[in-house]
Design a protein around this ligand. Structure first.
Ligand SMILES: Nc1ncnc2c1ncn2[C@@H]1O[C@H](COP(=O)(O)OP(=O)(O)OP(=O)(O)O)[C@@H](O)[C@H]1O
Ligand SMILES: [Mg+2]
Length: 242
C-alpha cells in the first residue's frame, strides 16, 4: 500500500507555545486515517499544516513523495482540500456561489462546473434543493455538507476533515459520516479525519492515531485503538475496574 502523506518529526509553534511536538505519522492511499485528541491537543494545527495554512517550523511533510508546496493555493491544486473546523462557509453567498469558490484552484473551471458540480449535487441532494439559497439559511448539517461539497469541488486526492461532527445532532452526524464512508468506498477518496468524537472517528478509520498535547502517543487500526483500555478510559468514556 502506498503512503500518500508522510509526516516526520513535525513541530509547530504559536510564538512560544508548542502545539505539535515531533509528530510523525502517515496516511495510506485509499484509506480513512483518524486522529483523536482532546481540546487543544493540536488537531487543528496539524490539519492547517497539512493544508498549507500553517508554516512548518521543523520536520517534513511529504505528499506523494514530494515536499508540501509553500502556498495554500498550490497545496489545493496539488490535491489536498481542507474542510475547516466550524465549516466556514460564506453565509451571505448562495450554495452555488460557495461551491464555485471551491473551484478557485482549478484551471479547468468550466470542467469543474460541468462535471464535478453534478457529482457533488448527486452526493448531497439537499444542496441541489437549496442551490440558490444563502448558505447562512442552511441547517448545521446542511452547512457541513456544503463545506464538504466545496472542498470536493477542487477534486482532492486527500480530503482533510476537521471535526465534521461539531455541534450537530447525533442523527445528522450519522448522515455526515455515511457520506464520508461513501466517498472513501465508492470514489476511493483518501481521508484524514480529526475528531473529539473518538467513538465515531475510530469506527470509520482504517488506521488511527491518538494526539495528546502535541504528541502522538498511540497508533494502530481503528479497531485496535477502540479496544485499547487507555483509549477506552480516556476517550470513549468506558469505566474500568468494575
Ligand atoms: N492562533 C493561535 N495562537 C496561539 N495559540 C494557538 C493558536 N491556535 C492554537 N493555539 C494553541 O495551540 C494548541 C493546539 O491548538 P489546536 O487548535 O490545534 O488544538 P485542537 O486539538 O484543534 O483543539 P480543539 O479540539 O479545541 O479544536 C492549543 O494550546 C492552542 O491554545
Ligand atoms: Mg480544533
Amino acid at each position: 500500500m502506498s503512503k500518500m502523506l508522510e509526516i516526520s518529526g513535525l513541530s509547530s509553534y504559536y510564538g512560544g507555545i508548542c502545539a505539535l511536538n515531533d509528530v510523525s505519522l502517515y496516511i495510506n492511499e485509499g484509506e480513512i486515517t483518524s486522529i483523536i485528541g482532546s481540546n487543544g491537543a493540536g488537531k487543528s494545527t496539524l490539519m492547517r499544516t497539512v493544508a498549507g495554512d500553517k508554516k512548518i517550523d521543523s520536520g517534513t511533510v511529504l505528499f506523494n513523495g514530494s515536499p508540501l508546496p509553500e502556498s495554500v493555493d498550490r497545496v489545493v491544486s496539488g490535491g489536498i482540500s481542507l474542510v475547516p473546523e466550524g465549516r466556514r462557509i460564506f453565509s451571505s453567498l448562495t450554495v452555488r456561489e460557495n461551491l464555485i469558490l471551491g473551484t478557485c484552484s482549478r484551471r479547468d473551471y468550466k470542467q469543474a462546473m460541468a462535471d464535478t458540480l453534478d457529482e457533488v449535487l448527486e452526493l448531497f441532494p439537499k444542496l441541489r434543493e437549496r442551490y440558490h439559497q444563502p448558505g447562512g439559511t442552511l441547517s448545521g448539517g446542511e452547512q457541513q455538507m456544503l463545506a464538504i461539497g466545496r472542498a470536493l469541488m477542487a477534486r482532492p486526492k486527500l480530503l482533510c476533515l476537521d471535526e465534521p461532527s461539531l455541534g450537530l445532532a447525533p442523527i445528522i452526524i450519522d448522515e455526515v459520516f455515511d457520506k464520508i464512508i461513501q466517498l472513501n468506498e465508492e470514489r476511493g477518496l483518501t481521508v484524514l479525519l480529526v475528531e473529539q468524537n473518538a467513538f465515531l472517528a475510530l469506527d470509520v478509520a482504517h488506521r488511527a492515531y491518538v494526539l495528546n498535547t502535541g504528541r502522538i502517543t498511540l497508533e494502530g487500526t481503528g479497531t485496535e485503538l477502540a479496544e485499547n483500555p487507555n483509549v477506552q478510559a480516556e476517550y470513549l468514556g468506558v469505566k474500568t475496574g468494575e
